[in-house]
Design a binder for this molecule. Structure first.
Ligand SMILES: NC(=O)c1ccc[n+]([C@@H]2O[C@H](COP(=O)([O-])OP(=O)(O)OC[C@H]3O[C@@H](n4cnc5c(N)ncnc54)[C@H](OP(=O)(O)O)[C@@H]3O)[C@@H](O)[C@H]2O)c1
Length: 378
């Protein structure tokens, strides 16, 4: 027979604790204040699966994006209670609703320009993850504002709310003197975050690939280019660019493993794949997987820029901009001594292991399975 004890935290916040033998379990109501006040060990329940409760209340900004769905899924599977702020249509969050158990995920509208709304999002959380980013300027937000000042607003709100851990996702090679405006905005964001929240954990992923990515899918979609552009355009045939793309599942697992890991406090992690590839070889391999003829050609930079400029001015989200073009042809450089995926207990996945799962839907012969050794690694 269980004994019951009431735990009062304030006039409004009361939970009932049930005692089974020598163990205390939480009753029906779990107050966010309990999570915030380091009492989470009292409310941890279950064996660590989806229907258990991990004791963490996590806010994830930018959850409606590509990486967001993997991070939310990873946390939801372990019974984490989540606050997912969003700004667009409610339908943007639809796929996230089922990633946690009933009542574990809460969605709220916010605006990065409204500091009060940002504070509301982190008020009850002990952990906050910032995935907000954009690769191009939009009518409402310039990249600097979304990834620089926006990151500062979130970091400041976290500090004021007493958040215990703040994980900020930046980008590999973010630097104030990068030729790419995106990477300069990311560097400004990192600096702002560290000013406001010096203990923040910074993740710097290289180009991330996965089913919903803008890297493999970009090259795969070039297969539909009509004559006279048919083929894959590169600057310098992609022979001068070295890439280390990272698998989205690895990045999500790294973020998950960083949570409640005291060693990650104040650290910067470079999240890159296990192998380096020349861009040309990598795309040639992707076309092998696609079972499509690979027809590379060099476009002069001014002409490629002109094409990118046309995309930039289209009414839709551009897959290519002049800035993305710069980043596509920038080599990934890892700094010596900076920790990476292995330091977060993640075994990095090589492109060859994941490419088919991502690209199969671009194939004409969808159900064709290659024979052993038919594909040659780049
Ligand atoms: N994907 C990559 O290859 C890559 C590489 C390096 C670094 N990163 C960084 O990793 C993070 C996640 O990447 P991702 O690929 O998941 O990005 P994504 O698909 O573009 O998603 C970005 C998220 O940020 C939100 N967002 C953008 N601007 C916002 C604003 N002004 N106010 C509020 N929310 C805003 C988006 O919300 P909406 O859905 O409402 O637009 C979306 O949820 C980003 O910081 C990105 O820069 C990504």
């Amino acid at each position: 027979m269980a004994s019951v004890r009431k735990l009062s935290l304030s006039r409004q916040q009361t939970i009932s604790l049930l005692r089974f033998g020598s163990r205390w379990r939480c009753g029906r109501v779990i107050s966010p204040l309990i999570l915030k006040n380091n009492l989470s060990s009292l409310v941890k329940t279950g064996r660590g699966g989806r229907s258990s409760f991990s004791g963490n209340h996590v806010t994830i900004f930018g959850s409606t994006g590509f990486l967001g769905r993997y991070v939310v899924n990873r946390l939801g599977r372990m019974g984490t209670s989540m606050m997912l702020p969003y700004r667009g249509d409610e339908l943007d969050t639809r796929h996230l609703k089922l990633m946690g158990d009933l009542g574990q995920i809460e969605f709220r509208r916010f605006s990065l320009r409204d500091e009060q709304s940002v504070k509301e999002m982190v008020r009850y959380s002990s952990i906050v993850v910032n995935l907000i980013g954009r690769e191009f300027n939009t009518w409402h937000f310039k990249m600097d504002e979304a990834m620089g000042e926006g990151a500062r607003t979130i970091a400041r709100a976290c500090r004021e709310a007493g958040v215990k851990q703040f994980i900020h996702v930046s980008a590999l090679n973010a630097s104030g003197d990068s030729p790419s405006a995106f990477l300069r905005a990311k560097a400004a964001g990192e600096a702002a975050v560290l000013e406001e929240f010096p203990d923040a954990t910074i993740m710097q992923p290289s180009w991330i690939y996965g089913r919903e990515d803008r890297f493999f899918n970009y090259y795969a979609n070039l297969k539909i280019l009509p004559f006279p552009f048919a083929g894959v355009p590169f600057l310098d045939r992609g022979l001068k660019t070295v890439k280390r793309p990272v698998f989205v599942v690895d990045v999500a697992t790294a973020i998950f493993n960083a949570i409640h890991n005291d060693e990650t406090v104040g650290q910067v992690y470079e999240l890159a794949g296990p192998k380096e590839y020349i861009l040309f070889d990598l795309v040639e391999y992707l076309y092998q997987v696609l079972r499509r003829p690979f027809k590379p050609y060099s476009l002069p930079r001014p002409l490629y820029n002109l094409v990118a400029f046309a995309f930039e001015n289209s009414p839709f989200d551009p897959y290519l901009t002049r800035d993305i073009l710069i980043r596509q042809h920038l080599s990934d450089q890892l700094k010596a001594g900076v920790p990476g995926l292995e330091d977060l207990n993640v075994k990095p996945t090589a492109v060859e292991e994941a490419a088919l799962g991502i690209l199969r839907r671009h194939r004409d012969a969808l159900h064709y399975n290659e024979t052993i050794d038919e594909l040659h690694a780049p």
